[in-house]
Design a protein around this ligand. Structure first.
Ligand code: KIV
Ligand code: ZN
Length: 513
């Protein structure tokens, strides 16, 4: 029998907790379908009790996904577990993931509970969860900073109650590889019933060691599940990155000796989709999915790769999905070809009217851009995927004038709750002028904490510009993304998209709050 490493993806739960990364139900569903194509074993779809929106997202994903187990997070209480169970009803395969903090610091300062109360609560929760589902994961939050003696008592008790996976979070990214690996090995050795559960690692990247710690948890500790996110998305410095873990274990199979069920050719499409949906741009030198990951700039390297690619390449670009960046459609493509491509990309439209609207936008784009790539289509439907309720602001038109030596000026027309507004402003540059014009009417008072422009596809100037704008207001952080061949227009779209998110009142409960 082969030894398999279970890949548990938490992009839609822990990844989404990153300020500004929150996604709509439809966006989450689209990413879940891509995760299924990637063949991840478990998709943590959300935290059903945190908001109605997340409940609906978990429910939709549970209904749609057939090949991966769908999981919901739940705090260790009956209400959260009940909501998780309800959202997961009807799933082909489901898991409830319940957690409670076990470190002295968290128990005393955050939960204000004694050790005995936490132990009791953990047992009751797993017992209750087992009444709804056979597949139960238990996490002692801040587990790595917990007293090992106490942790052994809690974990032995929850396994006895029926927990099937035990996950050890390094919640604050404090661990170092050898110590984390040994920590897990010690727990497994000391807990008499440890063999009845699968052991899992969950590492945050505060010291840049999430992947190394997870690998040590597997190699030294004997864990057989890794919790990770696409692009390492997640709060603060993020979570362990899926693409790095998967490619490390696969490329160094000689060392790890483990099988993984992932279809690696879906890695880059998944990375692009998550980045485009959340507005969290992937750094060019990021392992596996960064734009430079397979680019050889130096003459010596180029020469070597041309003679024999394994002189400087340990993985093949096409094996992780880089070849997928091909022209798919153009100006002459018809509605059926467009619809087929949407299906191939796993994008489901709810009605023919939605397909028609997306097709009109596609035609509009194809008039201005000769080659349409998959990424262009994803960007196009990302724009489209906001519901009428979320889309309070919408760009109608933009004109700007800039000339060397002159102060740029912009005139913007946009809809605000169905009312057409016109605004003028000058600014340091055309983008500044356009956003100032919008702000002069909206008066959001939001602070811009990030503005970035990227080429969606190849580095060429024919690519669409994709702009991310991050706004902060009243304790909330939101990301807006806009794409257009004209980066001034893309900027205005991104700004209005961020304003739409600020405008929507959806509140979330922090999973670790
Ligand atoms: O980092 C953490 O502790 C978590 C738990 C809720 C599993 O994300
Ligand atoms: Zn976490």
């Amino acid at each position: 029998m082969t030894d398999k490493l279970i890949i548990f993806d938490t992009t839609l739960r822990d990844g989404e907790q990153s300020p500004g990364a929150s996604m709509t139900r439809d966006e989450k569903l689209r990413i879940a379908r891509q995760l299924e194509r990637l063949k991840v074993d478990v998709i943590e779809a959300g935290f059903a009790a945190s908001s109605n929106g997340d409940f609906e997202a978990v429910r939709a994903i549970a209904q749609a996904i057939k090949d991966s187990t769908v999981c919901s997070l739940a705090r260790a209480n009956d209400r959260d577990i009940g909501r998780a169970a309800e959202a997961l009803k009807g799933a082909a395969r489901s898991r409830i993931h319940t957690f409670i903090a076990t470190s002295e610091l968290h128990m005393e300062k955050k939960l204000r509970m004694t050790r005995e109360q936490v132990l009791e609560q953990a047992k009751l929760s797993v017992r209750f969860a087992r009444q709804h589902c056979d597949d139960i994961e238990f996490s002692p939050e801040d587990g790595y900073r917990s007293d090992p003696d106490f942790l052994c008592r809690v974990l032995e008790a929850v396994i006895a109650e029926g927990a099937t996976t035990i996950n050890i979070p390094d919640t604050v990214g404090y661990a170092v590889p050898e110590l984390y690996g040994e920590f897990i090995r010690t727990l497994r050795e000391r807990i008499p019933n440890s063999g009845r559960a699968i052991w899992s690692v969950h590492c945050h990247n505060d010291l840049g060691m999430a992947v190394a710690n997870s690998l040590a948890g597997v190699k030294i500790g004997g864990a057989r599940q890794v919790e990770c996110t696409i692009n390492g998305l997640g709060e603060r410095a993020g979570n362990c990155s899926l693409e790095e873990i998967v490619m490390a274990v696969r490329t160094r199979r000689d060392y790890f000796g483990l099988d993984i069920g992932i279809d690696t050719t879906q890695i880059v499409p998944a990375s692009r989709m998550v980045s485009q949906t959340t507005g969290f741009v992937v750094q060019p030198n990021k392992a596996v999915v960064g734009a430079n990951a397979f680019a050889h700039a130096s003459g010596i390297h180029q020469d070597g790769v041309l003679k024999a690619r394994d002189t400087y390449e340990i993985m093949r670009a096409e094996d992780v999905g880089w070849a997928a960046n091909k022209i798919v459609l153009g100006k002459l493509s018809g509605r059926n070809a467009f619809k087929q491509r949407l299906q191939d990309l796993g994008i489901e439209m709810e009605s023919e009217a939605e397909v028609n609207a997306a097709f009109m936008r596609f035609k509009d784009l194809a008039d201005r851009k000769a080659e349409i790539f998959d990424e262009d289509i994803i960007a196009l439907v990302s724009d489209e995927s906001v519901t009428a309720e979320q889309e309070h602001y919408r760009l109608l038109s933009l004109a700007q004038r800039s000339e060397t030596g002159e102060r740029p000026h912009a005139r913007v027309a946009f809809a605000a709750g169905g009312v057409e507004l016109h605004a003028d402003s000058d600014g340091n540059g055309p983008v500044d002028a356009s956003l100032k014009a919008i702000e002069s009417k909206v008066n959001s008072g939001a602070e811009m904490v990030l503005y970035s422009v990227n080429a969606i596809t190849s580095g060429s100037t024919e690519s669409q510009g994709e702009v991310t704008v991050r706004l902060q207001h009243g304790g909330r952080v939101v990301n807006g993304v806009g794409a257009d061949p004209d980066i001034v227009v893309a900027s205005a779209k991104a700004y209005l998209s961020a304003l739409n998110k600020l405008h929507s009142k959806a509140e979330r409960v922090a999973a670790q709050g």
